[in-house]
Design a protein around this ligand. Structure first.
Ligand code: HH2
Length: 281
């Protein structure tokens, strides 16, 4: 029995993009994206992660103006939904507008390496920041990625980026870390990171895991992106057992149920969840 298992936090994905790998184009219309976000909140998402640029392997970058055009009406429409809003961007201009609209978390897949203005923005606004590991950049990251020891390398990277953030004046308690499943990683890199996730958790910050519908699940199961919910949940539950705290998923209802039951099972007892949409990780 493990009394120390924290309540899992489900982050629902709202991709306002034409080209995301599993749901590209589905929520490009702002009204559809807002309705989708509200549905995810009703299913139990405590955070919504709004993205206007795909980071799938091979994706082309988009301008800040285009990214903003996509996400601004969606952020405004969701601001009163009761969930925390996260902006999935590496551009400070997009993040600033999202924070103005009510977002409280910046999910930066470049871990403050993409835009030199991002660290100062996060420091000034006092928002939360998710720092993710990525080897290379989306256009080319899946071309033969190599590591010494993938877990040691990712851990050293995240530790260095945490140090950078704190050096820029960002409060350590506001920083979340993410090993970046699928970002410059082979299937075995992804699996080893998940199997040894406790080593990343040992850095002492809340760990985000983003395995939802990703291609390594398709490699193992032979299923298309929309049919990978069971595979996603297997990784989420095992990551919870290794100390992950936040789960970035497309299929919120199923992930929420699985994580609540898994947390209760790990603890060997059940109590009503204490986490609300406003709870800090
Ligand atoms: N994965 C994706 C995008 N953003 N952010 C974090 N912190 N962790 C992740 O694993 C992560 C992320 C890619 O997934 P998705 O948003 O579904 O697809 P796309 O980038 O094609 O829009």
């Amino acid at each position: 029995m493990r009394a120390d298992v924290p309540d899992p936090i489900v982050m629902g994905i709202v991709n306002v993009t034409p080209d995301s790998f599993s749901d590209g184009g589905e929520w490009l219309d702002p009204a559809a994206a807002v309705a989708h976000g509200l549905a995810l909140v009703a299913q139990g998402a405590q955070i919504l992660d709004i993205g206007g640029e795909s980071t799938r392997p091979g994706a082309d970058p988009v301008s800040a103006a285009e990214e903003l055009r996509r996400v601004a009406p969606v952020l405004e429409g969701l601001a009163s939904a009761g969930a925390r809003l996260s902006i999935d961007t590496s551009k400070a201009a997009v993040a600033a507008a999202a924070l103005d609209a009510g977002a409280t978390l910046v999910n930066d897949v470049t871990a403050l390496r993409g835009d030199p203005a991002m660290a100062a923005l996060v420091e000034q606004r006092g928002c939360e920041i998710c720092l993710m590991h990525m080897l290379g950049e989306p256009r080319t990251m899946q071309r033969d990625p190599r590591y010494g020891d993938v877990v040691d390398d990712v851990k050293a990277f995240l530790s260095g980026r945490l140090e950078f953030a704190v050096g820029a004046g960002i409060a350590e308690r506001r920083v979340w870390l993410d090993p970046g499943i699928g970002f410059g990683k082979t299937i075995d890199h992804n699996l080893e990171l998940l199997a040894r996730l406790d080593e990343i958790v040992a850095l002492g910050r809340p760990v985000v895991v983003g395995t939802s519908r990703k291609s390594f699940l398709g490699t193992i199961t032979g299923r298309e992106a929309g049919q990978r919910v069971a595979g996603t949940i297997a990784t989420n539950v095992l990551a919870l057992a290794r100390g992950a705290r936040i789960f970035r998923v497309h299929d919120v209802a199923q992930a929420r149920d699985a994580l609540l039951v898994a947390a209760a099972t790990l603890r060997g007892r059940w109590a009503p969840p204490t986490t609300t949409s406003k709870t800090t990780a």
